[in-house]
Structures are given as C-alpha cells and as structure tokens.
Design a protein around this ligand. Structure first.
Ligand code: MN
Length: 414
C-alpha cells in the first residue's frame, strides 16, 4: 500500500502581506500536487493538520480545499484529514459524514474514540487512526480524567483508550510537537510559537507502523524513520529556504514487521524564495545582471542602513521582473528594518506571541524575553486559542488562574 503524507497546507496564508492564494502559489501547488497523485496513484492521501491558516478561513481558501478533495475523490483516492491547531475542528468537519461516504474522512472535533479508517492491500488491513490536534485540558475533559496535565500524558492516555490491535498494521495521523528525548528539533521558522508548549515523546507512537505528523514545517523523522513530519508544502519563511527538501512523503507499507519505505516527492514552488545577503554595491551589481523572474526575495544589507531610497530601487527592479521584495533589512539597524506599514499590514496574520515579542523588543531596546517569559507567553497564547474550544463563560478567569499556576510552576523549576 502506498499513501502520500502531507501536512501544514495553511491555505489562505500570507507572507509579508502577500497572499499565497491570490498570488497563485497555493493554487499552483495544488495543481502540481494533483499531477503527482495522478502519476503515483496512491491508495490514500493523508493530510496531518493545519489545512487552513486560520480557524475562520476565507471563502477562497475553502474553495481551494474543496477543489482538492473533489479531484481526489474523482481519482478514487481515499482522503484522510485531521484538524491542526490552526483549524477549527468544527468548521473542518462540515458535511463530514456525507463526505465519508465518498471515502473522504475528516477528524475535526476530538471524540474519546478516535475515528479509524481501514484500508486493505494484499497483506490485509491497515488501520489509520485520525487524532486531531489535542491539548491536555481537552483530553482531560473528553476522557473525564483530571490527572492529565501535560501533552505527553494526554496523547498516551488517549491512545491507550482506543482498541488498537497491534498485531495488525496501524498508522497514526497526528498534529503535535513531537520530540525525541525532550530535544527541541528543527523548526520551520514559520510555525511562529503556536502550539510550542507541550512536547510528546515519539515513543508514544511505539507499535504504529508509521506516524504521519503535522505541525512543524520542516520535513524530518523524529526518533525513528517512521515517525515523521512531512513539512509544509511551500516555504513560509525565509529561514526555511535553508532546509532540506520538503514536500509530500510517499510512504510504501509492506507486510507487518517490515519497515515502511519513505520518499520525499518535492513540488516546485511558483515563486521560489531567495535570501540575498551582502554589501549594497555588490548586491546591486549582481541583481542588475541576474534576470531571474518570479521570486520572493529578502535582502539583508551588511554594510549600511536600509534606507527608503535603496529599498525603492530594489523594489522597482524586482517588480519589473515579476518578483516581490518581501523583506529589506540591514544587520546594522534591527528596528529600522521592517517598515511600520509592513508591520501593520501583517499584524493580523501573526500569532499573538509573535506580536508581543515585537512589542517587547521595541520597548526593551531589542532585548528578547528570557526563556521563562517565552514559555509563559507561549502558554498564554495557547490557552487563549483553546478558550473557545473548551467553552464556558469563565474562560478569562480560568486563563488567569492557569497562567498563575504555570508561572509558579516555572518559577519552582528554576
Ligand atoms: Mn500547527
């Protein structure tokens, strides 16, 4: 059996004010992805969360997902989708039981018994367990177990609550911060700090043939080859241009007790991202000669300040080539770097933690919050996003109490 594992589509995402939907990046990626599906003809396509960039996606983002799953259904490919921390599980589940009849299975809202989809090949059944993004309070609520306080415990208790026959082949689809031995791994750069709080050790997935993970935007295995992040389909941050290739992972499952084979199938982006670093004159010379078209560009000046005049020059040059100058910064002046207009434009696209980090840096002369403050900040952001999901009118009081407990706990730990 073969399936394509992908994750973190973030349909509707903007980078530096450029909409990846309107500018064609995500629609073209979708076309190229469907070409890949036609070529490979997998039994299933598995999407491990963060389908949309925000919980209330735009009409265009919804239409794009609609076109993908419709095309996959027509190709006869099973589709398995879970909600990530960016998705609204409820919205994603719309029409879920009807779609299931078309072999499109969406796990949006967490239920104590996870949806399990069984597909068959010549070696028998393969059970796909669909676990939408979970956090401790949610699992505690669903399992009516007050003793769950951390992510690792939450995921293990939830899995042990399922009736999984490990003598058969099982695949888990999950969207969590999975680590090996507590070591934080290669982040994509574009995850922001969202959901960065709780680690789940990869050993929680022992027994599964394969764990199809989403959440971290880099593509890599965690702990063992077959617990794996697919990575986001496109680079969402300039730091990610330095990462190894990412893209859908083609997973070939053989018989029970044979190791699955994985292969990364890269899909060329419509607008490749490129960072240019150096002295002004050198960059100017090189770029006047370089006629590459249709790129997303970041310039880092190393020898002078990033003035509006220099910015205007490059902006015009790149625009004439169908490229976009997304970032123009100087290593000399970290705060003159991003223009106020740019910051304002992208503010609503960013996580509250990131906005606060910027605010903090501006107020404290470039200093960053220390690690304890960062943890607190992550925790607060996480709780805010969860408040709606958990419901209840006393959410603000609960948040305040949770923050206080968390701060005390962190203080004790130090
Ligand atoms: Mn995520």
């Amino acid at each position: 059996m073969q399936f394509l594992h992908l994750a973190d589509l973030h349909f509707g995402k903007s980078i530096h004010g450029v909409s990846l939907l309107e500018n064609g990046d995500q629609p073209i990626w979708t076309e190229r992805f469907l070409e890949l599906v036609r070529e490979v003809q997998p039994d299933a396509v598995v999407i491990a969360g963060d389908i949309y960039d925000r919980s209330a996606p735009s009409g265009e983002a919804v239409a794009l997902l609609d076109s993908v799953i419709t095309a996959l259904a027509e190709l006869g490919t099973a589709v398995l989708i879970i909600a990530g921390n960016h998705d609204s599980g409820q919205r994603l589940s719309f029409g879920g039981s009807l779609l299931a009849k078309q072999n499109i299975h969406i796990a949006g809202v967490l239920s104590p018994k996870l949806p399990c989809v069984t597909l068959y090949d010549e070696y028998g059944p393969v059970h796909f367990w669909l676990m939408p993004y979970v956090f401790p309070a949610l699992v505690a609520q669903k399992l009516e177990d007050d003793s769950i306080h951390d992510y690792d415990t939450a995921v293990r208790r939830l899995l042990s609550h399922q009736d999984i026959d490990f003598s058969q082949r099982n695949v888990l689809v999950a969207h969590q911060n999975v680590t090996s031995g507590g070591k934080e791994t290669e982040r994509g750069g574009s995850e922001s700090m969202v959901g960065g709080v709780g680690q789940v050790d990869y050993t929680a997935f022992d027994g599964f043939e394969y764990a199809a993970l989403g959440h971290i935007h880099a593509a890599y295995p965690v702990g063992r080859k077959t617990v794996r992040y697919a990575g986001s389909p496109l680079c969402y941050h300039f730091d990610e241009t330095k990462q190894p290739a990412k893209g859908p992972v083609l997973v070939t499952l053989g018989e029970k007790r044979t190791e699955p084979v994985t292969e990364i199938k890269t899909i060329a982006p419509l607008h490749p991202m490129r960072e240019i670093r150096g002295a002004y004159e050198e960059i100017r010379e090189a770029e006047l000669r370089n006629t590459t078209r249709g790129e997303y560009i970041r310039i880092v000046l190393t020898d002078r300040k990033a003035t509006p005049e220099i910015r205007a020059f490059f902006q015009e040059l790149f625009e004439s080539r169908g490229s976009v100058l997304m970032e123009f910064v100087s290593e000399y002046s970290p705060f003159g770097a991003v223009s106020a207009a740019q910051t304002a434009r992208s503010a609503e696209e960013r996580a509250v933690e990131d906005l606060f980090m910027d605010f903090y840096a501006q107020r404290c002369d470039g200093a960053a919050p220390d690690s304890r403050e960062q943890e607190l900040l992550r925790f607060a952001g996480e709780q805010l996003r969860h408040a709606e999901q958990l419901g209840g009118e006393d959410a603000p009081e609960k948040l305040a109490a949770a923050l206080r407990d968390f701060a005390l706990e962190q203080g004790d730990a130090e």
